[in-house]
Design a binder for this molecule. Structure first.
Ligand SMILES: NC(=O)C1=CN([C@@H]2O[C@H](COP(=O)(O)OP(=O)(O)OC[C@H]3O[C@@H](n4cnc5c(N)ncnc54)[C@H](O)[C@@H]3O)[C@@H](O)[C@H]2O)C=CC1
Ligand SMILES: N[C@@H](CCC(=O)N[C@@H](CSC=O)C(=O)NCC(=O)O)C(=O)O
Ligand SMILES: [Zn+2]
Ligand SMILES: [Zn+2]
Length: 379
């Protein structure tokens, strides 16, 4: 039955309140308006940022909402004026837009796009500042402009990456967030050079992807730091050459790393979201040139601090969103790199579950051996 132009009723996992189990509801998904695309979401993975917002720690968190931002699917229908994708195209919905027209997009200095960010932060669509989701007439907020924990979602056309239809959607859904973030932190934000000494704090998906990126960039030493020593074995396969568990030391971890590296590392990456670790990551950098990249997302109200002297003496502190990749342009390129086996993706998928078990996947994400759990949205 043709669904174009019709309201679709489908299953979605609604977060009615922070920290309460998601509820699978029959959700009405309105047709896409001008500049919008309705996507049949086939596979969606969980990212720790979904858990962060669900837990109530996100200052932008709005409830009730439909979470999810690491997914892949097929275009069901498009709104007026949409020319770059059509029904049947395989796509990755992206939480960062790329309009190619705004001040940000034209700057050549950032992957952040200014066009729709205010609307996505407010949980609505840009065109009319309304939601396309409702349950029995009650509007449900969008999340990150993606809301992929729904069998159908409406996304802005500037946030849709069209990808190779031969690529397996159950794998490339991961290219919607965690893996590009780690790779890009190293390649785009830090621009790690061959021979560099690198420290990576946190060996989850983002930290492992940063390690993979550092290995590809020719780093000579990749020091993984994690409070769970079991993480080292797997991390070796992503390029980590040495491992340090802060719990094994009395002294601050930055001092341990400085001693291990004759004065500090060339580049460090904080892939946890802990502001104390962010400080350690900066302070373990080499005087004069060491650069630390903040990747982890810290809870509302948390602030970073260090002695300004750390920066006066040449260390650089910066951060990155989605690893600096421009979404519409570069996500298809990352898919091609995966197809050519130049980057890992399958290796990050440690668990798969049917959509109905989404609450179990939230629990799994807290288990040490889970990197990404991919939900089959129509199983
Ligand atoms: N900036 C961006 O664009 C993005 C940021 N993120 C954020 O990146 C962070 C990491 O994400 P994932 O890798 O998925 O998380 P994860 O939870 O899988 O990995 C974090 C790792 O840090 C370790 N850890 C926790 N506390 C630690 C401590 N005090 N010292 C050393 N290790 C510690 C844990 O054992 C775990 O292995 C999250 O904050 C997430 O929200 C995720 C995607 C995009
Ligand atoms: N709403 C949060 C913002 C959290 C944040 O920093 N998000 C990252 C992506 S995390 C993905 O898993 C990001 O790219 N931010 C850029 C943006 O424009 O949102 C808060 O207010 O803390
Ligand atoms: Zn994410
Ligand atoms: Zn833009």
């Amino acid at each position: 039955m043709a669904t174009q132009g019709q309201v679709i009723t489908c299953k979605a996992a609604v977060a009615w309140e922070p920290n309460k189990p998601l509820v699978i509801e029959d959700v009405q998904v309105a047709p896409p308006q001008a500049g919008e695309v309705r996507v049949k979401i086939l596979f969606s993975a969980l990212c720790h940022t979904d858990i962060y917002t669900w837990s109530g720690q996100d200052p932008e968190g709005l409830f009730p909402c439909i979470l999810g931002h690491e997914a892949a699917g097929i275009v069901e229908s498009v709104g007026e004026g949409v020319i770059e994708v059509q029904p049947g195209d395989h796509v990755i919905p992206c939480y960062l837009a790329e309009c190619r027209e705004c001040k940000f997009c034209k700057s050549g200095k950032t992957n952040l796009c200014g066009k729709i960010r205010e609307a996505t932060g407010a949980g609505v669509m840009f065109g009319d500042r309304k939601s396309r989701f409702s349950v029995n007439g009650k509007p449900i907020y969008h999340f990150m402009g993606t809301s992929t924990f729904s069998q159908y979602s409406v996304v802005h056309d500037v946030s849709i990456a069209k990808v190779d239809p031969k690529a397996p959607l159950e794998k490339i859904c991961l290219l919607g967030c965690g893996v590009p973030t780690g790779l890009g932190a190293v390649w785009n934000a830090a621009k790690v050079e061959p021979g560099s000494v690198v420290a990576i704090f946190g060996l989850g998906t983002v930290g492992l992807a940063a390690s993979e990126g550092a290995k590809a960039a020719g780093a000579s030493r990749i020091i993984g730091i994690d409070i769970d020593s079991k993480k080292y074995e797997r991390a070796k396969t992503f390029g980590v050459t040495e491992f340090v568990n802060p719990k094994d030391y009395e002294k601050p971890i930055q001092q341990v790393i400085i001693e291990l590296t004759d004065g500090g590392v060339d580049y460090s990456f904080e892939c946890i979201g802990n502001v104390s670790v962010m400080r350690a990551a900066l302070e373990c950098c080499h005087k004069g040139w060491g650069t630390s990249v903040i990747v982890g997302v810290a809870p509302a109200g948390k602030e970073i601090s260090t002695r300004p002297f750390q920066l006066v003496t040449g260390r650089v502190w910066k951060g990155t969103a989605f690893g600096g990749f421009k979404t519409r342009t570069q996500v298809p390129w990352l898919v091609e790199k995966y197809m050519k086996k130049e980057i890992k993706v399958d290796e990050y998928v440690t668990h798969s579950l049917p959509f109905g078990e989404i609450n179990n996947s939230f629990d799994l994400m807290h288990e040490g051996n889970c990197l990404r759990c991919v939900l089959d949205m129509h199983a």
